[in-house]
Structure formats: structure tokens, C-alpha cells
Design a protein. Structure first.
Length: 488
């Protein structure tokens, strides 16, 4: 802290000392191979790509690029393992899944640091949210493994077979957990591909899976870019695709799997409405707005990226929001004081910058706090756009960055219409002290998840998923088991 004289106490500028998380305890290999049939295997093409730290754009490690032939090897290994795994008792399957959960907990600190290094998110978030939630997902579904007859009474639920799972870069370990845990609990075998820019925690998870002693071939983790994902999607011996990513790629997967035997779940983009009524607890709502859009740099499919404030409190909310934004710390992801870390990749930064230009060209009024951005790496200041309307592109399209559009409304009917006026339907938030208003809105809003007086709260017991162009199928909770079983 700066030293201040007593008389200056209210004028003082408060800053925090650096509080970096140590990297001494983590182990990262120089080069990672593909995890196929229980062992790390060199890619047939012998090609590797770099995974980059987005806070300084320096290489962290080389990662194998899986070709069609590697995908084929992984699918064959998963097929071979299916018979044994699917006929193991649920209790035995559960033991392995519990073991994976405990191993993640034991190495939680290492996972958190690697997640922040590879993806740019603040260590506070990877340490307190991503990694504990990933472990909780495994714990939760481990509990279901021997209770499927209770989950689906009198329906004789059977696993589907080999499932292909493709995940994005915004919650790398958590998305892997969302996909792998229910698939294992229901007796399926897996080929999973993490995103090209954030493969490291999935590969660490592969090490844990190997250590857990789970039969070889049950989980295969292969790395590569979009072509590797497409090779998984198009492989004829895959029974189900579970995809989380952009709506564009989701549409492609929907097309190429149509007419095949493959089952499909899609978790796609969003443009969530966050609605503040005049009877809301305003200070809490302002915290909620910040959490809804600036959590994980706004790289959140269910982010509250469209703010709707009731006109009578709009000036107050916007003033308080601007004041709060002045205090946000943008910078080094490994610093425990950081609120907003690095943008995940140069490409994503360009996308966000481009949307900011579009917003300005369309006449939006921009507000960014006076924060100092580091010189190297990919950074974006938290951004508000005022004076925008439903027809603005930045209101309609998913930006996937720390950019919030602000609109006002007068009546409930008006805000419902505005909130639903989007091709997406993933999330929404409602802030009011009236329970009846909350229930009224939750009936009328077309969104898979609606939070009341909070935002971005996740729990393994609670289903998550979208409507419209946000996809279909649910992950989490009892609902999350269903996409991995068939009934005989
Ligand atoms: P992409 O759709 O580009 O990528 C998602 C995954 O699919 C990555 O592993 C990617 O590989 C892979 N992929 C890319 N092209 C293909 C293809 N033709 N066939 C099969 N797989 C492919 O999205 P982003 O990674 O850019 O993620 C951001 C988007 O994801 C946002 O729109 C966001 O809303 C959405 N998202 C949705 C979530 C949800 O739960 N609904 C959660 C998180 C994100 P690679 O990265 O290596 O190119």
C-alpha cells in the first residue's frame, strides 16, 4: 500500500502489491503426445503445434497434432475398450470416477496454475471456480454410476458406445469434466479433443486418468485443431458427438451428422440478457452485472452480455457500474488480485476489437475505465456501450469478450420482448426483490438457464443447455445422463 497522511486519507490512491501465484510446483513437459489406449503415443504425422501463454505470447509447450489416422486409432481403442467397460458393474465404474475426482483435488493447485498460464484466466477464478467445479463434476457423476436404475426406473438404460467429445478454450478442464464424467458413469468410452489454444489441462487430466488405473482405451484424449475435430465428427464408428463451441461449427456438425446413426448434443453460443428492475438491491445488482460480463474476460457462452435496466434507476445503475469498473484490475493472470486476465488468443482479441469498432461506427457511446494494460500479450479493457438499440450488431451478435451493451426498459412486457429478441437462448438473469416477478419472467424468457438475483452460478447437480441457436441437450444433473444412454 502507498503511505498516506491522515488528512489525505480520502484522497489517497490505493494500489495493491503484486501477489503472484508460484509456478514452482507445476510440471509441464516440453512436448505432449496423444493419449490413446492408455499411453502417450507420438502422432503418425510427427507434427506438433505450439500452445502459447496469452499473457506474453510465449510458447509453453509443443502439442501433438492428430491426423485422421490418429483419430482412427483412438476410436478403435475406445471401441475395443467398450465391451469391458460397459459390462463392468456401476459400482466398479464409480470407483474409477471417484479416483479421478480425488486426484484432481490433490493436484488442484497445479491444475489452476496451468489453466491460467495456458488460457489467460485469473488464478482466482481457475483456483476457486474451474478446478473445484471440475472435481465436483466427477464426484457427482461417480455417485450416479451404480444408480442408473434409479435415474431411469423401469427403462433399462444402456450406454451408446463410443462417444466423440469436442470442447472449446474458455473452460478447458471444466468442459472436459462436463463431458467425460457423465459418459463414463453411463458406461461409454471416449475420444475427447480439447481446443487448440488450451490443451494443457486436458493432457494433465490424461496423466491422472492413466494414474487412476482405469482400463486402457476407455478415455482417449487427442489434440489438434478444427480438422481433428472434424475427423472425430465424421468417423463412422462413433455413436455420439457431444460438442461445445461456436454456433457456426455446431451447424456444420448438425449437417454432417444428419441421416447418420450418431446422436448429438450441442452447447453453442449465447447473448444472455441481464435484467435489473427498479426494486432490485442496486449494489448487489451492480456486482452481478460485473460478474455476469467480466468473469473469465467475458469468454463465457452464458455471459450476461446484454444489460437491461429499468429506466427509473438507469442513471444510478450506470453511475455505480462505471465507478465499480474503475476498480477492476486487468493484468497478470497469475496475480491473485487480478479481476480480468488475458484474452485467450490474438485471434479472439482481433474479434473483440473488431466488434468494438463496429459498435463505435454504429454510433454506440463507449465507456472504458482508465486501467493500464500490460504491453505484451492480449488485453482488452472492460467495456460498456451505451446508446445502443436492438438493431445494433453488438447487441445481436456474440462478442465473447468483456464488452457489455446497455439498454433501458419501462415495462415487464417490453423487457421480455427485448430479451427474447435474439437468435440465442442460453441464459438470462433477473434482479428484483419480488418473487412473483421472478416466476413470471422465468416462464416467459426463452433461455435454458435463468438466474435470479445472481449470475454465472454453476453446480454439477443443475442442468445446463440452450434453446434456439444456443443448441440442444443438457449437461449436468440427472438430465446430463440422458444424452449418453439409450433405452432397451
Ligand atoms: P469453435 O466452435 O471454433 O471451437 C470449439 C471446438 O471445436 C474446438 O475444439 C475447435 O477446435 C473444434 N472445431 C473447430 N472446427 C471444427 C469442425 N469443423 N469440426 C469439429 N470440431 C471443430 O469455438 P471456439 O473454440 O472459438 O469457442 C467459442 C465459442 O464457443 C463461442 O461462440 C461460445 O459461445 C461457444 N461456447 C459455448 C458453450 C456452451 O456451453 N454453450 C461453452 C463454451 C463456448 P480448435 O479450437 O482446435 O480449432
Amino acid at each position: 500500500m502507498h503511505k498516506v497522511k491522515n488528512k489525505d486519507i480520502f484522497k489517497a490512491s490505493w494500489t495493491y502489491d503484486k501477489a503472484p501465484e508460484s509456478t514452482d510446483h507445476i510440471q509441464i513437459k516440453k512436448q505432449y503426445d496423444l493419449f490413446i489406449d492408455g499411453k502417450f503415443t507420438k502422432p503418425i504425422s510427427a507434427k506438433y503445434f505450439d500452445t502459447i501463454n496469452p499473457s506474453d505470447n510465449k510458447k509453453i509447450a509443443g502439442v501433438a497434432e492428430a491426423s485422421d489416422k490418429d483419430v482412427d486409432k483412438a476410436v478403435s481403442a475406445a471401441r475395443k475398450a467398450f465391451k469391458g467397460w460397459s459390462t463392468l458393474t456401476g459400482k466398479e465404474r464409480g470407483k474409477y470416477i471417484f479416483r479421478i475426482a480425488r486426484l484432481i483435488q490433490e493436484r488442484a493447485r497445479e491444475f489452476a496454475v496451468i489453466e491460467s498460464l495456458d488460457g489467460g484466466k485469473p488464478i482466482r477464478e481457475s483456483r476457486d471456480i474451474d478446478i473445484p467445479l471440475a472435481a465436483n463434476h466427477f464426484f457427482y457423476y461417480a455417485g450416479w454410476a451404480d444408480k442408473l436404475t434409479y435415474a431411469f426406473p423401469n427403462r433399462n438404460a444402456k450406454p451408446l458406445g463410443v462417444v466423440g467429445q469436442i470442447i472449446p478454450w474458455n473452460f478447458p478442464l471444466l468442459m472436459a469434466a462436463w463431458k467425460i464424467a457423465p459418459a463414463l458413469a453411463t458406461g461409454n468410452t471416449i475420444v475427447l479433443k480439447p481446443a487448440e489454444t488450451t490443451p494443457l489441462t486436458a493432457l494433465k487430466l490424461a496423466e491422472i486418468i492413466q494414474e487412476s488405473g482405469i482400463p486402457k482405451g476407455v478415455v482417449n484424449i487427442i489434440t489438434g485443431a478444427g480438422e481433428t475435430g472434424a475427423a472425430i465428427v465424421n468417423h463412422p464408428d462413433i455413436d455420439k458427438i457431444a460438442f461445445t463451441g461456436s454456433t457456426g461449427v455446431g451447424k456444420y456438425i448438425l449437417k454432417v451428422t444428419a441421416g447418420t446413426h450418431k446422436k448429438l448434443t450441442l452447447e453453442l453460443g449465447g447473448k444472455g440478457a441481464n435484467i435489473i428492475f427498479d426494486d432490485a438491491a442496486i449494489d448487489q445488482a451492480v456486482e452481478g452485472i460485473v460478474n455476469a460480463i467480466f468473469f473469465n474476460q467475458g469468454h463465457v457462452c452464458c455471459a450476461g452480455s446484454r444489460l437491461f435496466v429499468q429506466e427509473s434507476v438507469a442513471d444510478l445503475v450506470i453511475r455505480k457500474l462505471k465507478d465499480r469498473m474503475e476498480t477492476l484490475i486487468v493484468g497478470e493472470p497469475l496475480d491473485k488480485n487480478t479481476d480480468i486476465g488475458a484474452i485467450n488468443s490474438k485471434k479472439q482479441l482481433q474479434t473483440i476489437d473488431n466488434y468494438i469498432k463496429i459498435g463505435l461506427n454504429e454510433g454506440g457511446e463507449i465507456y472504458q475505465p482508465k486501467c493500464k494494460l500490460p504491453k505484451q500479450g492480449n488485453w482488452c479493457a472492460p467495456t460498456l456501450f451505451l446508446n445502443v438499440s436492438q438493431s445494433h450488431r453488438i447487441v445481436q451478435e456474440e462478442i465473447f469478450g468483456p464488452v457489455l451493451t446497455v439498454q433501458t426498459f419501462r415495462t415487464i412486457e417490453e423487457v421480455i420482448e427485448k430479451a427474447n429478441n435474439t437468435p440465442y437462448g442460453l441464459s438470462a438473469g433477473v434482479w428484483t426483490e419480488k418473487g412473483s416477478k421472478i416466476f413470471h419472467l422465468t416462464q416467459k424468457l426463452n433461455a435454458g438457464v435463468i438466474w435470479a438475483n445472481t449470475f454465472n452460478k454453476f453446480d454439477p447437480t443443475s442442468p445446463f443447455g440452450g434453446y434456439k441457436e444456443s443448441g440442444f441437450g443438457r449437461e449436468g444433473g440427472l438430465h446430463g445422463l440422458k444424452p449418453y444412454v439409450k433405452f432397451e
